[in-house]
Structures are given as structure tokens and as C-alpha cells.
Design a protein around this ligand. Structure first.
Ligand code: ACO
Length: 401
């Protein structure tokens, strides 16, 4: 049924659906998700296959342009990205204005928004060529800004990457290279991050993606739409959960490791505490990404020789939840954020950067969804409401109130 017919059928009646639990906001050919069966596919390819066999940049290309790239297409894509990996030095002055304690997500959304001023040609993008130019620029500059947000926090010099490296390895070098330039590329770490970024790359109409599409539907440019998406992702009920999970696991450890006590707390409706990293709006079965990440956590920690007691606490919580009728009845399973933080931490990425890592992974998905929305010439997003406030009131001058 098309929208004009639907309006005729409903005769202007507005449906109310808080949280859009049953409302589709668009048609999309990017990501398929079946929450009952625990299935996730990008452009028809199973997430398990992509995580195992593809590289992040290939997946980014797939999501954005719809097909896996040929070798030469991938090389051109990567070289176009490298060409734009410099960031205007004046942007450092904006970064300098932030206190060191500023949360990296706030810094990233501000810098991404500020990029608009330094790249005015990225604003009015109508043709596919304009879009491509904006896309390669942001894919190039966002890892630089993410690394800068981290380095500013730890008081290290801000620098650029190394074009001879792959996209993910280059990002890790920008993050961790010593002031003398030393950096030891570690295949376990590069592969693990590549996989995590692929798993986070898109997830259909989640809160941040819907935000990007909504803001972009006003024909706001790509960078400003992405900046809005970064802010949406920051929230602890969304991407911010990966930071909240580690903080929760640490709190359980500090408290003596009694997982049962925290399970009871999560079930108590008087207590606002929720088991972070559990539950999902769409998955009512295992989140397929969580399965891959759990396996990866075991492998990465073993390869790096890291022992992290919170991994055992996490596994204990999961085991207990799977046997607890509260979680079973509500179909609450570990989500993508439950084990990812344990891997980030083993790689040396600090907790406050976890959600920024999620943003780096989600970037191609946001871009793909923004591009699709523009190419489909979708109308401006503008939900209705049901008004429940006062009816007409007569105005009284201030001296009579
Ligand atoms: N711990 C305890 N109870 C929970 C949890 C949880 N983590 N999640 C949901 N519930 C309960 C709710 O209290 C509610 O119980 P009720 O039926 O007795 O009222 C029921 O399960 C349904 O929960 P809703 O909040 O209605 O589900 P919704 O789809 O709106 O929320 C969400 C999904 C936000 C992910 C929720 O499960 C949650 O807050 N989880 C913890 C935060 C988290 O991990 N977020 C990351 C999600 S993945 C991502 O964004 C990348």
C-alpha cells in the first residue's frame, strides 16, 4: 500500500507508537535482520561470513554501494580515502578548547560537525559524484579525529597516519604510536578490531541510524547528519552500553564477584539498574554478533596472553541469565556490547573510548543509510503526535496571575 493510499484509508488518523516499536520508517535494501531467528545480513551476505572472510573496508564498500568491490575497485576506494586523510590544522584549535576530561563522544560529534566548515563542498551534495567525494573524505578523516580525541585525552602529540598501512592498522598506529614514531603492528589486534568494526558496521533502523536519516531528510549535509548520529549512539541504552558493561562488570568484581546479587537487582522493578549488555529491541533470540564476539574474546585474550577476571564474571552472568525465568520469559540475551569491551580492553583501548570505537565501526552503515535515503528522494521526516495538553486558555497579563 503506498503512502497516499494509506492516508486515504486512515482518513488523517494518527497512530501512536512510542519508541516506534511497530513502525517502519523507510524501505531499505541494506541490512536484513530477523530478530526471532537471530539472522543478520548486509546486502544479502551473512554476518558470520563477512566477519570471518572480509575486511572492514570491503564491508564498508558493500554497505554503501551495494556490491562487494573487485580488487581494483577496492584499491581505488582505499587510495581515494588515503588522499583525503589530512585534517585542516585549524581543527586542532577547536580540539584544544576541550578539557582533557571531555568524553570522546562529545569531542567527536563536535569535530565531525566542525568539519563542515572546513569542507563546504560536502554540504550541498546532489549528484552521486558529490556524494562519493563527501563519503571518502569522512571515511578518511573520522579515524584521524577519533585518534586525536584519544591522544588529546592522554596528552600525546596529534599526528597523521601512515599511508602504507591498511585502514585498521593505520588507525591503531595513529592511536598508539609513541612520540618517537615507534609502533609495533600486531596481527591479532588488527584482525580482532577489523572483525569488531565489521560486526558494528550496520544494524538497520536503530536509534543512531534513524537519527542520521531523520536529520539528513531535511537535506542537511552528510557530516552534520553523522554528528547527530554520534550523539544518539552515545546514550547508555544504545552504543554507550559497551562502556556501561565494563563499568558494571568492574563494579561486580569490586563488590566480591557475586553475580547473583546483581541479577536480583536487575529484576527488581523498583531499582533502575539494568543488566547492561542484555536485551535488544529486535533480537528475541541470540544476537548473532554477540556469539561471534564471545568466541573472539576467548581467542584474542589467549593470543595476547591477557587474563581478565571480568571475562569469567561476564560468562557467569550469561549462564545465570539463561537459566533465569525473568530473562528467559522476556527473551533477554547478551547483545553486541556484552563482550566487545573485554576485547577492546585487552587491546589497550581505554573504557571511555569504547563507544567511539563503535562509532568508527558504524560509520559506513550511517553513510550507506544516508545515501540510500537521499537517492530514494525520501520526504522530510516529520512524525505526528496526539496532543494531550490544555485546551484553549485566555491569556492573563503578568500582574493578574
Ligand atoms: N535488564 C533487566 N531487565 C531488562 C533489561 C535488562 N538489560 N532489558 C529489558 N528488560 C526488561 C524491561 O524491564 C521490561 O520488563 P517488563 O516487561 O517487566 O516491564 C522488558 O524487559 C522489556 O524491556 P523494554 O525496555 O520494554 O525493551 P526495549 O526494546 O524498549 O529496550 C533495550 C531494549 C534498550 C536494549 C533494553 O533491553 C536495555 O535497556 N538493555 C540494556 C542496555 C543495553 O545493553 N543496550 C544496548 C542495546 S544494543 C545496541 O544498541 C548496540
Amino acid at each position: 500500500i503506498d503512502i497516499k493510499t494509506l492516508r486515504g484509508v486512515t482518513n488523517g488518523v494518527t497512530t501512536i507508537d512510542p519508541g516506534y516499536k511497530n513502525t517502519g520508517s523507510c524501505e531499505s535494501a541494506i541490512t536484513f535482520l530477523n530478530g526471532e531467528e537471530g539472522v543478520l545480513r548486509y546486502r544479502g551476505y551473512a554476518i558470520e561470513d563477512l566477519a570471518e572472510k572480509a575486511e572492514f573496508l570491503e564491508v564498508a564498500y558493500l554497505l554503501i554501494f551495494g556490491e562487494l568491490p573487485s580488487k581494483s575497485e577496492l584499491e581505488k576506494f582505499h587510495s581515494d580515502i588515503k588522499e583525503h586523510s589530512h585534517v585542516d590544522e585549524d581543527l586542532k584549535k577547536i580540539l584544544d578548547g576541550f578539557p582533557k576530561s571531555a568524553h570522546p563522544m562529545g569531542v567527536l560529534s563536535s569535530l565531525t560537525s566542525a568539519l563542515v566548515a572546513f569542507n563546504p563542498s560536502s554540504v550541498n551534495v546532489e549528484s552521486e559524484e558529490d556524494m562519493y567525494n563527501a563519503i571518502v573524505r569522512i571515511l578518511a578523516k573520522f579515524p584521524v579525529l577519533t585518534a586525536w580525541a584519544y591522544r588529546k585525552r592522554v596528552g600525546r602529540p596529534l599526528d597523521y597516519g601512515d599511508d602504507s598501512l591498511g585502514y585498521v592498522d593505520n588507525f591503531l598506529k595513529m592511536m598508539f604510536k609513541k612520540p618517537n614514531g615507534d609502533y609495533n603492528s600486531n596481527k591479532t589486534v588488527v584482525d580482532a578490531l577489523d572483525k569488531l568494526l565489521i560486526l558494528h558496521a550496520d544494524h538497520e533502523q536503530n536509534c543512531s541510524t534513524s537519527t542520521v536519516r531523520m536529520v539528513g531528510s531535511a537535506h542537511t549535509g552528510l557530516f552534520a547528519s553523522l554528528s547527530a548520529g554520534i550523539n544518539a549512539l552515545w546514550g547508555p541504552l544504545h552504543g554507550g552500553a559497551n562502556q556501561a558493561v565494563i563499568e558494571m562488570l568492574e563494579a561486580i568484581k569490586e563488590d566480591g564477584g557475586d553475580t547473583h546479587k546483581f541479577m536480583q537487582k536487575a529484576k527488581d522493578k523498583e531499582d533502575p539498574f539494568r543488566l547492561m549488555g542484555f536485551g535488544h529491541r529486535v533480537y528475541k533470540n541470540f544476537d548473532p554478533r554477540a556469539k561471534i564476539i564471545k568466541k573472539s574474546a576467548d581467542e584474542v585474550l589467549a593470543n595476547l596472553g591477557v587474563e581478565d577476571p571480568v571475562l569469567d564474571i561476564a560468562k557467569g552472568l550469561e549462564k545465570e541469565a539463561l537459566e533465569d525465568s525473568y530473562f528467559v520469559d522476556r527473551k533477554l540475551y547478551p547483545n553486541v556490547d556484552f563482550y566487545s569491551g573485554i576485547i577492546y580492553r585487552a587491546m589497550g583501548i581505554p573504557v571511555e573510548m569504547f563507544t567511539a570505537m563503535f562509532a568508527l565501526g558504524r560509520l559506513p552503515g550511517w553513510i550507506a543509510q544516508w545515501r540510500e535515503m537521499r537517492l530514494r528522494k525520501e520526504p522530510i521526516g516529520r512524525p505526528r503526535q496526539v496532543y494531550v495538553g490544555e485546551t484553549h486558555r485566555d491569556f492573563k497579563p503578568v500582574e493578574d496571575r
